[in-house]
Design a protein around this ligand. Structure first.
Ligand SMILES: [Zn+2]
Ligand SMILES: [Zn+2]
Length: 436
């Protein structure tokens, strides 16, 4: 690794500055004169030329070095690989190139026992995070370690990448990690902030979006750390009032991404993001009530607030959901082909709280024909004459004053003063109670 070499000669300094600047011609020239220079490292951090290229995002130089005799996993003083530095800096092309060249994603540095995945999460580089996860799912790591174990890998203080992304306020990284099966309730064990789960870390960081994501994936608000503190207590202590309001165990519980959806054979990406969007929107609606009292940290504006009128006119042009008569049908159930809106689909799938003994078998059923839902896809908009009577239904509902059904919450469905809706609600209940 060349730690024995101290780099004080002008050739060496010239090489390092050329690598840093991405001056490929000079790099080639210097290396042509003295090829052993490639194994040289900087005096203090013992960074190799490959580290410097990765750190500075110099993809051309990095590719050139890798094509030569440089091994991708050369280590610096802190046992950090070039891949770790690229992940810290968010140099996605370098991350991809290093992985292609066979860089090991399962290396731990000596500073804090972190992997490249920890660094991508800590610095909020979602592209790098995704690239490393994709590599992990197909590389030998998945076979030897297990993919899910890698996603929730711990550093020396017991923190998983999810802890770090939540602490550093990166909701997109939190989302990607959860989507890839990161353990939402992973504990740091006896290390660092002992017994903390990602929600404790998010409470410390104070990002509402991170807290929303974690809660929607089933994070437990009442789980205590080793000092007996709930995330709520930590948020209060760090003066994150709005976060504390959501974390307060006496606040209404948010909707949780239904575990039953995991048992639908195929949920395509488009349908999934529609449902996720509906879930987050429903939760924001609940939040408005919760956050009303928090003066210091007003809720972040919901994108749906301003656009609601536009949505209404869009709805009138497409097929209305026959369950709520408020939203457009965006989700189609297959095989049967029945349609409903994303909100109602979610309500159907997370109507029952997960029951540890029966949840595994609760495949959701179509509320119209009670056949098992094998697939959820995005409904294509078809304009038919059938829209006309449905529109009148909707305008009737609107004239009764129920202007918004966005904040769909269970138990509210029957409270709309419409006999039709109540009977639909009972109908919704049946298949689920029968299924248990
Ligand atoms: Zn609906
Ligand atoms: Zn059906």
């Amino acid at each position: 690794m060349g730690q024995g070499l101290s780099c004080r000669s002008s050739d060496e300094l010239g090489l390092f500055s050329a690598v840093q600047l991405g001056d490929l011609e000079t790099v080639k020239e210097v290396m042509g004169k003295k090829s052993a220079l490639v194994h040289c490292s900087t005096v203090y951090d013992r960074n190799s030329a490959l580290h410097i290229a990765a750190d500075n995002g110099q993809i051309e130089v990095l590719s050139f070095l890798l094509e030569g005799s440089v091994k991708p996993d050369v280590l610096n003083r802190h046992k950090q690989t070039p891949l770790m530095l690229a992940a810290m800096r968010g140099n996605i092309s370098c991350v991809t190139k290093l992985i292609e060249a066979g860089a090991n994603i399962l290396m731990f540095d000596s500073r804090s026992g972190r992997t490249c995945l920890h660094y991508a999460a800590y610095y909020g580089h979602s592209g790098c995070l995704q690239a490393i996860l994709s590599a992990a799912s197909t590389s030998p790591v998945a076979a030897s370690w297990g993919y899910s174990r890698f996603v929730s890998i711990r550093d020396r203080k017991g923190a998983t990448p999810l802890h770090l992304a939540a602490r550093q306020r990166y909701p997109e990284c939190v989302h990607i990690l959860l989507d890839n099966g990161a353990l939402v309730s992973a504990s740091t064990g006896g290390y660092g902030f002992a017994g903390s789960n990602p929600l404790h870390f998010a409470a410390r960081g104070g990002s509402l979006d991170c807290i929303r994501e974690l809660l929607a994936w089933g994070a437990d608000r009442v789980q205590r750390d080793a000092s007996g503190r709930m995330p709520y207590t930590i948020a209060l202590r760090h003066h994150h009032e709005a976060c504390a309001a959501l974390l307060n165990p006496s606040s209404p519980e948010p909707l949780v991404w239904p575990s039953s959806l995991k048992f639908i054979g195929e949920l395509n990406q488009e349908a999934k993001s529609l449902l996720e969007h509906a879930l987050m929107e429903a939760n924001r609606e609940k939040e408005k009530m919760i956050l009303k009292g928090t003066v210091l940290s007003p809720p972040s504006p919901s994108p749906s607030d301003s656009g609601f009128d536009d949505n209404m006119s869009e709805v009138s042009d497409s097929e209305l959901c026959c369950i709520c008569f408020d939203q457009a049908c965006t989700i189609e159930v297959q095989e049967c082909g029945h349609r409903m809106c994303a909100h109602c689909t979610l309500a159907l799938c997370c109507h029952n709280k997960p029951n540890p003994t029966t949840a595994c078998h609760a495949v959701p059923l179509c509320p119209f024909c009670r056949s098992s839902i094998v697939k959820l896809v995005v409904a294509k908009v078809v304009k038919t004459e059938n829209d006309i009577p449905r529109k009148s239904w909707r305008s009737l509902n609107l004239s009764e004053g129920s202007s918004s059904f966005k904040g769909l919450s269970f138990g509210r469905m029957g409270g709309r003063g419409s006999g039709m809706i109540i009977s639909e609600n009972e109908w919704l209940d049946k298949p689920l109670t029968l299924a248990t």
